[in-house]
Design a protein around this ligand. Structure first.
Ligand SMILES: [Zn+2]
Length: 437
């Protein structure tokens, strides 16, 4: 069975194909992957100790900091393998830390073919049709990321039409950026049916389209990724889409990562995030301290293992988020692929603000409950703690928002009204930015 068709295959077929890919991957990793070789040597392990995926837990996990410190150690030595497996097709970069260098994620030709399969399956899961037209609302960035580029490839993988709106301006050396009104006009004139971008920007485009009276009547879907989306935010965006676009328009959330060059996606609102390529990606959920498996249905730290890569290869890689895994059949689309049935949240992100430990998710939720579709961002600096909100100053809103944040977190922010351009942002809007140290 072709790996690309695993999505709707029976559970046993998925497991069998995974074992086959894992055996191949471990043969290569044990001989050609510097990091795995070092880890196996240090633990006294040999290739024979990994007879099946059930043995994968013998391998210590890899933390993001370890990958960032020495990305070359995670590249397969492809000398002597077929040309497709040793030729570098492209290099994407993880966003990295605010101060650090971006970390390269290398894909060979072979990997790029797998990425197209992943992209195609993401679209299939989301119910994309041959007549759909995608509006790529991701901005260009100073270093290549998966978002802008893979949206174009996704369209190619299903032979669809796509228009890239090129919002924003990532660099003084770039001259083709489109402002928000221009983006609205591009969506309208291309009769796009799908808006694909980060939720904060998709929301802005839809809001501006309403103000301009633009014709968004063809829009039936929004694909959002890169930022957390609460159910309240989803409802608001869905309602806005339905006012302007098709009456049955909906929002499909994705949990994307550079390390997947794609994302786990919803087939329906609240369906859980489906692994689009179960033959390529193996997810584990483990205890954040001991890394012992916690079992399906229980919350834990997400580990990603590549089963079919030849460039950068990560085994038991801690994505840094907590979620819940299910291998039950999806009641909406019937797929047996694994799903994350809780929205992933950062596991390591507690911040000390004015002496209080604060969960950034709690801050974001408290602000969003008050601010609705208004864009906002918390900024933590040595000098203070500020909640920046887009739009005209509003005294009532100020009082309510500051109160809500104080109640939820125990710390009181200063509130500042700004224009959306004043947010600290790469290709996605981080809700909480820590500029200290
Ligand atoms: Zn489904």
């Amino acid at each position: 069975m072709p790996v690309s068709d695993l999505l709707y295959a029976p559970r046993e077929a998925i497991e069998a194909e995974r074992e086959r890919c894992f055996a191949e991957m471990m043969d290569l990793a044990a001989a050609r992957h510097p990091r795995t070789r070092a880890r196996m040597a240090a633990s006294g392990l040999a290739r024979a100790d990994f007879a099946s995926l059930a043995d994968l837990a013998r391998l210590p996990p890899t933390l993001k900091s370890e990958y960032m410190a020495d990305p070359d150690a995670f590249r397969l030595d492809a000398e002597g393998l077929p040309q497709e497996m040793r030729t570098v097709w492209d290099v994407m970069y993880t966003t990295g830390t605010s101060a650090g260098r971006p970390t390269p994620f290398v894909s060979t030709t072979y990997d790029f073919f797998r990425i197209l399969e992943t992209n195609r399956n993401m679209l299939r899961l989301r119910g994309v049709r041959p007549e759909d037209v995608i509006a790529n609302l991701f901005p260009l960035t100073a270093v290549p990321h998966g978002a802008f580029i893979r949206a174009l490839h996704a369209a190619a993988s299903m032979n669809l039409r796509v228009v890239a709106a090129l919002p924003g301006n990532p660099s003084p050396y770039f001259t083709l950026g489109t402002d928000i009104d221009g983006v609205v006009r591009i969506v309208a004139r291309s009769e796009a049916t799908i808006l694909w971008g980060v939720p904060s920007f998709v929301r802005r485009v839809v809001a501006r389209a309403a103000e301009m009276g633009a014709d968004f009547s063809a829009v039936r879907l929004a694909f959002v990724t890169g930022e957390g989306v609460t159910e309240a935010a989803r409802e608001e965006l869905t309602a806005a889409l339905r006012r302007l676009g098709r009456p049955d328009a909906w929002v499909s959330v994705s949990y994307g990562s550079t390390e997947m060059q794609g994302g786990m996606v919803e087939c329906a609102p609240g369906s859980g995030l489906h692994n689009p390529a179960p033959g390529q990606f193996y997810m584990e959920v483990v205890d954040p301290k001991t890394y012992a498996p916690v079992g399906d249905g229980n919350p834990g730290l997400l580990l990603l293992t590549h089963l079919r890569r030849r460039g950068t290869v990560l085994l038991r890689y801690a994505l840094g988020d907590v979620s819940v895994l299910s291998r039950e059949r999806c009641p909406h689309c019937g797929s047996w692929t694994d799903r994350l049935v809780a929205m992933p949240r950062r596991s390591d992100a507690l911040l000390k603000i004015k002496g209080t430990l604060v969960n950034p998710d709690v801050l974001a939720q408290a602000a969003e409950a008050v601010l609705g579709a208004r864009e906002f961002q918390f900024v933590v600096e040595e000098a203070g703690f500020t909640l920046k909100v887009a739009g005209e100053p509003d005294n009532d809103l100020t009082r309510t928002a500051v109160e809500a944040v104080k109640r939820a977190s125990g710390v009181t922010p200063a509130l500042l009204f700004v224009t959306p351009g004043d947010f600290i942002s790469s290709w996605k809007l981080k809700r909480v930015v820590d500029l200290r140290g």
